[in-house]
Write a protein that binds this ligand. Structure first.
Ligand code: IVH
Length: 695
């Protein structure tokens, strides 16, 4: 902060902003800034108060927890023991500093490490083992009485089990909506034409604060218990008291409350750092969202020694993962024409870093999605990039609008060739440019696609090369691709030398085909030998991706056979079905499509496959999904291995899946398999399965 800013004025400004954002976060309104931006405001306030201690009043947000009190419609209940918040660390360095200070002051400590669940905290009061009250955190001192709603939750027992039952206990934990339930709920909302919920945390909060408990009951809310509040044993033995944090979890579990299965007791910076990294890797395969980890000193007597500040215990620390949701400005919405003529709107944003990469563009899929998301040009938008997932515009921050935003409309003509866009079939979500034969964007995209790794894998043939070949007039579409000659390339500036040069002792003149151009010709030549299914993929028939192409190649073994097949024969193939059959049939009805095939055949592109009889069909009848990174296989080669042995390589896990092969960083698919009870096997077991046909 610059010295010219009056610290008192800035302090006031920050306090006001933080209070407003807190009211939204804990109330009914959706937040208007990201969690990360909120954390930054709190950090700035804390730094300011450290530099100017006279500004730190007892009611400053640095000293308080949660929402300011307001009229909510629920009865207010005072917690017997305050519900605290946690201090945050935003880097491993800050965690290390905390651990080192602990070790210096109190000797090496065991630390309980556990996930920081992104839900809302609850306090459950049990008297002589019977649930009497459930209260939200509120401002930490007083919360809202949501007992009726809490009673509908399957995870919360009406009575505690076991015989170590205190006279009175406040049990603290996090209520959350499991991710799978959140997704299902949103699918239902969209199907009913209602706007989807923003995120699981907000939805859980809304569900718990329902006036009508039958609504709460319809949402499968879950609980993880992680702390005790007030505790009175009465006449029962004092020996039932837990001496460690881990001991508290055992007691809680003994009473029948769910505790986290990811909790570990660790000592030393190295072990703890490893835990944090591993947890971050598991982040997207857990049943609930987590936004970090919580570390707690294990010994309760040391906890007592350390005590608490007014808002957070000194014996615990939250480590927050880097944010996956940020806010940025949607500067424009533009449209792109793909190789199948599909016209896709996409957002152009003020570039922003999220989950480690800079994002400027994000697809908006189709005009209905733009409507459904309700985004306007000029909006502040929530941008989400979870792990390896493609960045997504979640929605607008409506409360941040100032009236200058404007609605976007889908253009009527193709942005590349101007042809009027159409729905291919009535009711299609997508609009398409029907001019597939001549639309320059579609032609260059199809040519570049042939070069892509999923198709014929021609290294030099990318977007730039495709555009250059078409612009120079040597290709009018993909039909002539495999008949290109050095003479053709000499007419393409991208593939010719700009000036005279000597390479490997050979003199070359300006205008000669460059090394890159010669490589393109070589690459195209070897691509002709690629397996049949890759040739089929390269034809860009609608709906015919790698899976359908493999199925067609396996069933018919040649392109002429596919061309001659009836629609019934096509749709009878496992993995093909009527939509694909119809698409294939129609594709071959078009003259210029047949011309592509004929010219490729003349140029020597593979038109038929022979089944490799030397491979035993050990996986006949088995449906297998491979996920995560495998050591000995690529994404394609593992599918090849499954199919060549008679198995079916599926992309998603269902009840019909026989095995899921999980490599490193296997994510949601492995989790789904476990949920459905589908066996998850290692790469080594998969190799054995291939060899022996069973495990
Ligand atoms: S312990 C006395 N453990 O994070 C310590 N809190 O940012 C009280 N939270 O208010 C909290 N997972 O709502 C604790 N494993 C966990 C947690 C957790 C999520 C929430 C809780 C707390 C907030 C602080």
């Amino acid at each position: 902060m610059s010295e010219t800013i009056d610290p008192r004025a800035r302090h006031q400004e920050l306090v006001q902003q933080i209070e407003e954002h807190r009211a939204r976060y804990y109330g009914e309104d959706a937040p208007i800034i990201s969690d990360a931006a909120y954390d930054a405001l709190e950090s700035e306030l804390r730094d300011l108060e450290a530099a100017h201690p006279e500004l730190a009043e007892p009611d400053s947000p640095t000293q308080t927890v949660g929402a300011a009190r307001g009229e909510t419609g629920f009865a207010s209940v005072q917690h017997r023991e305050r519900m605290m918040s946690l201090d945050n660390a935003f880097s491993i360095q800050e965690v290390d500093a905390w651990l080192e200070r602990l070790a210096r002051e109190l000797g090496a400590q065991e630390v309980v490490c556990e996930p920081k669940i992104d839900g809302l905290s609850i306090s459950l009061t049990y008297e002589n083992g019977t649930l009497v009250r459930g209260v939200t955190r509120g401002d930490g001192t007083t919360g809202e009485d949501v007992t009726a709603n809490v009673r509908t939750m399957g995870d919360i027992p009406d009575t505690l089990s076991g015989d170590n039952i205190p006279e009175l206990v406040e049990i603290r934990g996090e209520v959350y909506l499991p991710l799978a339930a959140f997704e299902e709920l949103n699918e239902r909302m969209v199907a009913e034409g209602k706007p989807p919920y923003a995120n699981p945390r907000n939805t859980a909060a809304g569900s718990l604060r329902q006036k009508d408990s039958t609504v709460t009951a319809s949402r499968p809310l879950a609980l993880t218990a992680y702390a005790l509040g007030a505790l009175e044993w009465g006449a029962q033995g004092a020996d039932a008291r837990a001496e460690s944090q881990a001991g508290i979890y055992e007691v809680l579990a003994g009473w029948g409350l769910p505790v986290s299965e990811h909790t570990r007791v660790l000592t030393g910076v190295d072990h703890i750092e490893r835990f944090l990294k591993e947890l971050e890797e598991k982040r997207h395969s857990m049943v609930h969202e987590i936004d970090g980890a919580v570390m707690k000193v294990n010994s309760r007597s040391v906890q007592g020694q350390l005590g608490s500040t007014s808002r957070a215990p000194r014996w615990a620390l939250a480590y927050k993962f880097p944010p996956e949701e940020v806010h940025t400005t949607l500067e424009d919405i533009r449209v792109d024409v793909g190789r199948t003529g599909r016209v896709t709107p996409y957002g152009v944003m003020t570039p922003i870093t999220v989950a480690g990469s800079t994002v400027t563009y994000a697809t908006l899929h189709n005009r209905h999605e733009v409507k459904r998301k309700g985004v306007l040009i000029g909006d502040s938008v929530v941008l989400r990039k979870a792990g390896d997932v493609i960045p997504e515009i979640v929605g607008p921050v409506v409360a941040a609008r100032d009236g200058s935003e404007r609605e976007w409309t889908m253009p009527e003509g193709c942005p590349s060739c101007g042809t009027t866009l159409v729905e291919q079939k009535e009711g299609d979500k997508d609009l398409r440019c029907p001019n597939s034969q001549y639309c320059p964007a579609q032609i260059t995209d199809r040519i570049a696609f042939i070069g892509s790794r999923g198709a014929l894998d021609v290294e030099v043939l990318g977007e730039k090369a495709a555009v250059a070949l078409v612009e120079a007039g040597v290709l009018s579409n993909e039909a002539g691709l495999f008949s290109l000659t050095e003479g053709d390339l000499a007419r393409v500036p991208l593939f010719t030398l700009e000036s005279d040069s000597t390479k490997d002792g050979v003199d070359r003149k300006a205008g000669d085909v460059s090394t890159n151009g010669l490589r393109l010709l070589e690459n195209l030549n070897s691509a002709k030998e690629q397996p049949l299914w890759r040739v089929i993929v390269s034809l860009s028939m609608r709906h015919v991706g790698p899976t359908a192409s493999r199925a067609l190649a396996t069933a018919f073994e040649s392109i002429p056979a596919i061309r001659e097949a009836t629609e019934e024969q096509l749709s009878a193939v496992d993995g093909v079905g009527p939509t694909i059959a119809d698409s294939v049939k129609r594709w071959f009805e078009v003259d210029w499509h047949r011309d592509i095939v004929d010219r490729w055949a003349q140029a020597g592109v593979r038109m038929q496959d022979e089944r490799d009889e030397s491979i035993a069909r050990t996986l006949e009848g088995l449906t297998i999904v491979a996920t995560g990174s495998l050591e000995g296989f690529t994404r394609d080669s593992v599918k090849e291995a499954i199919i060549s042995r008679g198995g079916k390589a599926a992309g998603s896990v269902s009840k019909k899946t026989d095995y899921v092969v999980a490599g490193a960083n296997a994510g949601s698919k492995a989790a789904k398999a476990e949920e459905l009870g589908v066996p998850v096997i290692s790469e080594a077991e998969f190799v054995r399965l291939m060899a022996e046909g069973s495990l």
